[in-house]
Design a binder for this molecule. Sequence first.
Ligand SMILES: *Cc1c(COP(=O)(O)O)cnc(C)c1O
Length: 368
Amino acid sequence: MRLCDLAPPHVRGIAPYQPGKPIAELARELGLAEDGIVKLASNENPLGVSPRARAAIAARLDEVALYPDGNGFELKSALAAKLGVALAGIVLGNGSNDVLELVARALLGPNTSAVYSEHAFAVYPLATQAVGAQGIATPARAYGHDLGAMLEALRDDTRVVFIANPNNPTGTLLGAGELHGFLKSVPERVAVVLDEAYGEFLDAAQRAPTLAWLVEFPNLILTRTFSKAYGLAGLRVGYALAHPEVADLLNRVRQPFNVSSLGLAGAAAALEDHEFIARSKAMNDAGMSQILEGCEALNLSHIPSHGNFVCIEVGADAGGVFQALLRRGVIVRPVANYGLARFLRVSIGLPEQNARFLAALGEILERA
Ligand SMILES: *Cc1c(COP(=O)(O)O)cnc(C)c1O
């Protein structure tokens, strides 16, 4: 028997996560300069890092010889003050991906199941499978979550439901009313993970009062991230908000120093940079309009999105279009692995990046 054959079947069966292609990798492959490449593939903030976060990180560089505060007191205090939640209800993660894995490790395992939707974020099936639990993917409705189908899919052994709102990669959004009705219908023994990675890009009127729901539903777990609107994807900071007993459970399976000192400092400062968040949202709204107008001019349809990205239907040869964009120095994201073989997902960039993408796409499709 070979070593790798002896790994548990659920581990051997995991399909690896497919990240966006790094700029440096494409530059090497094409022999291009890195600054000639546009990456609109990972929903990163095109404005870069918040100036306040940048200053806080620079001020703390000398601390990297020391272990970080394993309790993350400074960041948790800032979150508690801003959100009006108790420190005991916050769990910090090395990105919110880490938090999703903590949920899986704490609540799932063999002989349990987790429910998520078709076309939903790839980490849900990954985290579920990694701990030997069974994933149940329910069919989508108009590319988004079908909450009725998800409710029907719950089994006695179901411990977790994952919902991304807005969802990645489709950008679909569930309304507050239907979400609240869903939470009321889910038995308390099932955790509902509401992943709000793109919440900052919503208009105020589109936001569900999820913080208030934490008090009403002890089985609700909210997850959020500093990787998207806050511009700190490389530092890896995210968090969960939950009932203190649930938070305590998640903290038990957390690595003691899972968030770096620079991540903690940068996130705490970014949280206070309201101007940067407002500017990021305004930039995203304008860029979304620019891309959608460009798609309309090219006669391409799309899935209406509430995030900082949009799925565009480029046709049966989406893989070929993706490759042709790469050759023109534009990196977007194929989403065939999400069951969206006719689409490409493009992240909203700076105006000139969006224009580069649209011009390249027009050339490739010969519709310009
Ligand atoms: C990007 C993303 C995350 C956040 O990932 P991090 O680990 O925080 O960088 C979480 N959920 C969804 C749906 C995402 O698209």
